[in-house]
Design a protein around this ligand. Structure first.
Ligand code: AHN
Ligand code: ZN
Length: 323
């Protein structure tokens, strides 16, 4: 009775072994349009051409208008959020957060964000004579905005299935300089624009499923580690982003290692109730930020298009596969 059944199963197994070809290595097929790193690079150069975008400067205000106009030219709805901030030394500053939105009718939203201001002091420069000079902030400031601009250009050509908000935070990088007395609440002197936004979102009832902060995403010889606050607040978002990056072939930059916690705009976003991670670069060899960080060398000439491509394509893939 049992024999024919066993024979039958054996025959099926043999058949399946011999007839079914060994499945080929599964190759991950990119779902998103191609992110163009050349245009992102151009948008970095355009921002830097204004000069350092430091608080209360003409370059700062002119660049704010350029950023809003650029996103508008790519079909986004713009909200400018103007506010006053106060620096570590009591100086009052004009701040502007710039929000560029797509598909406002869709309640399923992702927010991508970056700071757009540049540091007023090169207080990490090797030459002490430069410690009070403003920096170009090609990587630290312009790179994240430029990646968002290229994403905006792509969204205008092919809309993703969800709503997207691209948020440029002001006054992130004017925290107490190294050469001044840091006082006892140094952390609160950074991220002034996102602090304001966290207390008063740019639109009533605004929320997003999650956020991704881009900080220093155009440097050379750098890597991205899983930042500690991101892992604490939004571990599943870190997993999603890193696994997309690795499947797209960017595992050389997106490391499966845990980095330290960094006081950055994503902390404010998290405190306002939206889970948000930070894609922030550190030097590939040393446990420091990129070599050009807060130095006069943070300029367009030291931007690496391959880093822009890895980050831009990864974020695009996340946007275009979200349902
Ligand atoms: C501090 O060093 C306190 N925060 C790092 C955040 C940052 C500065 N990102 C760019 N510049
Ligand atoms: Zn900085």
């Amino acid at each position: 009775m049992k024999q024919p059944l066993i024979l039958c199963i054996a025959a099926m197994l043999i058949a399946s072994c011999t007839n079914t070809p060994k499945p080929a290595e599964t190759v991950y097929e990119q779902q998103s349009p191609d992110f163009n790193a050349d245009s992102a690079y151009l948008y970095i150069a355009e921002q830097c051409a204004f000069g350092p975008r430091v608080m209360n400067s003409e370059a700062h205000d002119a660049c704010a208008d350029y950023i809003a106009a650029k996103f508008e030219s790519f079909g986004a709805q713009i909200v400018n959020q103007d506010a006053e901030g106060v620096l570590y030394d009591g100086t009052k500053v004009r701040m502007r957060n710039i929000v560029a939105s797509y598909n406002l009718d869709n309640p399923v939203r992702l927010m991508i964000c970056s700071h757009w201001d540049s540091r007023p002091w090169a207080d990490h420069d090797a030459n002490a004579d430069n410690h009070r000079a403003p920096i170009d902030g090609a990587n630290d400031g312009a790179s994240g905005v430029a990646v968002m601009m290229e994403i905006a250009r792509q969204i205008q050509q092919k809309a993703p299935g969800i709503g997207v908000d691209l948020i440029c935070f002001d006054a992130e990088d004017c925290g107490t300089p190294e050469w001044a007395d840091k006082g006892d609440d140094n952390a609160s002197t950074w991220c002034l624009g996102s602090q304001y936004w966290a207390g008063k979102h740019h639109a009533d009832g605004y929320t997003a499923r999650y956020g991704i902060l881009l900080d220093m995403v155009g440097g050379s010889n750098c890597v991205f580690e899983k930042e500690a606050y991101s892992m604490a607040y939004a571990p599943s978002v870190v997993d999603k982003v890193w696994s997309k990056a690795i499947r797209l072939g960017f595992g050389d930059l997106f490391k499966n290692t845990n980095g330290g916690g960094i006081t950055d705009d994503h902390v404010q976003v998290n405190m306002s109730g939206i889970p948000c991670i930070d894609i922030i670069a550190r030097d590939a060899n040393e446990n420091t930020f990129c070599k050009t960080w807060h130095t006069m060398n943070d300029n367009v000439g030291n931007i690496d298009k391959q880093t822009l491509k890895a980050v831009g394509q990864t974020v695009m893939e996340v946007i275009y596969t979200e349902r």
